[in-house]
Design a protein around this ligand. Structure first.
Ligand SMILES: NCc1[nH]cc(CCC(=O)O)c1CC(=O)O
Length: 322
């Protein structure tokens, strides 16, 4: 017996991040006899830039890796062996020497509506106020229901539901996966159909980032990998990478697998919902990444240079350079 943990998992400290890290710990300890003792796997909480900013929409701050950078620093200085991330928050370009080796089986990728005024976007009363800080959600709400008022709205699940109860908003949206992982799915009013709200690339997927070539760690994590999830999020993230998407760009993508076939839908929107571009393609799962890239290129062509110039201007206005 040793007092040193065999594996250190780096994670953010939010309730959802901790639930995800504990799930990884449980899966690893079930798969490996030497990891069954509670002390074998240590969960190391790391504060990220995204956790320090509470007062502004993250979309107004911009930058990539707001929720991942400090945890990756921990991997690089070997204070942790594995970083546990919501894959939705992981930039498409990783630092040299790090890789996403492993993903857990994906949870429900859909967005959840919380409201006592309706069970779908179409159902909400005219002029209802919807709280969301996500440009992707804001744009899709505005496109379908221009009469709704969308206000920027952040905070934990608990904070948002309190604001909803207090009547500060009539509805809010969160990922179904987060509520399920927190064991609070009963709080969800309804899951929105993917036709009404296409999810963010990799929404509902948890990924493990490791040092490239760390064979010791790979021997542990390889046993909990779910390849169909990796194929799906690889297609979605390939689309995002093609668009150089950050959390400031309203991009959605969802890949589904039926047998050996992948069905990929993507969307790019103007932040105010005034323009929506979509793609839809089917192809062999083995071409997941190429399908994602070609969907991204198609979105780019549909939108044209003027769209991206306007998007840049919008972002500059939200986040003036210092
Ligand atoms: N950006 C925050 C974030 N990152 C991952 C999730 C939810 C869980 C997931 O998508 O895996 C959330 C909150 C939300 O969108 O509701």
């Amino acid at each position: 017996m040793t007092n040193h943990p065999i594996l250190r998992l780096g994670t953010r400290g939010s309730p959802l991040a901790l639930a995800q890290a504990n799930e990884v710990k449980r899966l690893l300890s079930e798969a490996h006899a030497d990891l069954t003792a509670d002390s074998a796997i240590e969960i190391v909480v790391i504060k990220t830039t995204g956790d320090k900013i509470q007062d502004r929409a993250l979309s107004a701050i911009g930058g990539k890796g707001l929720f991942t950078k400090e945890i990756e620093d921990g991997l690089q200085d070997s204070s942790v062996d594995i970083a546990v991330h919501s894959m939705k928050d992981v930039p498409t370009w990783l630092p040299d020497g790090l890789e996403i080796s492993t993903v857990l089986e994906r949870e429900d990728p859909r967005d959840a509506l919380f409201s006592n005024k309706g069970k779908s976007l179409a159902d909400l009363p005219r002029g209802a106020v919807v709280g969301s800080a996500s440009l992707r959600r804001q744009a899709q709400i505005k496109a379908k229901r221009p009469d709704l008022e969308v206000i920027t709205f952040r905070g934990s699940v608990q904070t948002r539901l309190r604001k909803l109860k207090e009547g500060q908003v009539d509805a809010t949206l969160l990922a179904v996966a987060g509520l399920n992982r927190l064991g609070q799915s009963e709080l969800i009013t309804s899951a929105l159909s993917t036709e009404e709200m296409l999810p963010a690339p990799a929404q509902g997927a948890v990924g493990l980032e490791v040092r490239t070539g760390d064979v010791r760690v790979r021997a542990y994590v390889d046993t909990i990998h779910h390849e169909p999830t990796m194929q799906r999020i690889s297609a979605e993230r390939a689309c995002l990478a093609e668009l150089d998407g950050s959390c400031r760009t309203p991009i959605a993508a969802l890949a589904e697998i039926e047998g050996n076939e992948m069905y990929l839908r993507t969307m790019l929107a103007a932040p105010d919902g005034s323009k929506i571009f979509t793609t839809e393609r089917r192809g062999p799962v083995s071409e997941a990444i190429e399908m994602g890239r070609s969907a991204g290129r198609e979105l780019k062509e549909q939108a044209g240079d003027a769209f991206f110039k306007a998007l840049e201007a919008h972002q500059a206005a939200a986040h003036p350079p210092k």
